[in-house]
Design a binder for this molecule. Structure first.
Ligand code: HEC
Length: 142
């Protein structure tokens, strides 16, 4: 039930983010910052870590009979285009340095983010996980 308590705060935080912001790395940086602040409220000791974000990205989870991870669709290297593991549908690269559209619509990103976490973990990921993940993506260069 913990995840439900995140939602109002998350929406409140996202509300401060200008949706007209430039579609570039800046919005991803803003998203990481917001999740970081949010994580700090839940745990004052929290700091964001690109290494933790990388570990989160490649961590395998057993879903049904399959080993899945974020990397299963987004590939091991976020600078590369991904492919949906079941439909084969192409997915644009996750790294904002390569794909400037990434995190350009923060509401949409937040929804996708939560959806994929639920697909894999049966629950939303924590602001810490999300902040770490975006921090990691921001370290990935072309
Ligand atoms: C079954 C395939 C699949 C898996 C597994 C998956 N994703 Fe995705 N992801 C997609 C697709 C498809 C999209 C939407 C297309 C797009 O944004 O290019 C997407 C988009 C996203 C977005 C939106 C980015 C934006 O710019 O708005 C985020 C964030 C994301 N995924 C994070 C994750 C994380 C974190 C995990 C692991 C917990 C994960 N995904 C696992 C297929 C997947």
């Amino acid at each position: 039930m913990r995840k439900l308590s995140y939602m109002p705060m998350l929406l409140a935080l996202l509300g401060f983010v200008s949706l007209s912001a430039q579609a570039d790395v800046t919005t991803a940086e803003q998203a990481a910052k917001d999740y970081g602040l949010f994580a700090k409220r839940l745990n004052p000791q929290s700091t964001l870590s690109a290494e933790a974000g990388r570990a989160f990205f490649i961590k395998k989870v057993v879903v049904g009979s399959k080993d899945l991870s974020c990397a299963a669709c987004h590939t091991d290297n976020p600078a590369n285009p991904g492919k949906h593991n079941e439909t084969g549908k192409p997915i644009k690269p996750m790294a904002p340095s390569v794909n400037t559209q990434r995190f350009s619509d923060l509401n949409k990103s937040a929804m996708n983010f939560s959806k994929h976490c639920r697909d894999l973990y049966g629950k939303d990921c924590s602001p810490q996980d999300k902040g770490d993940f975006i921090t990691y993506l921001l370290t990935v260069k072309k």
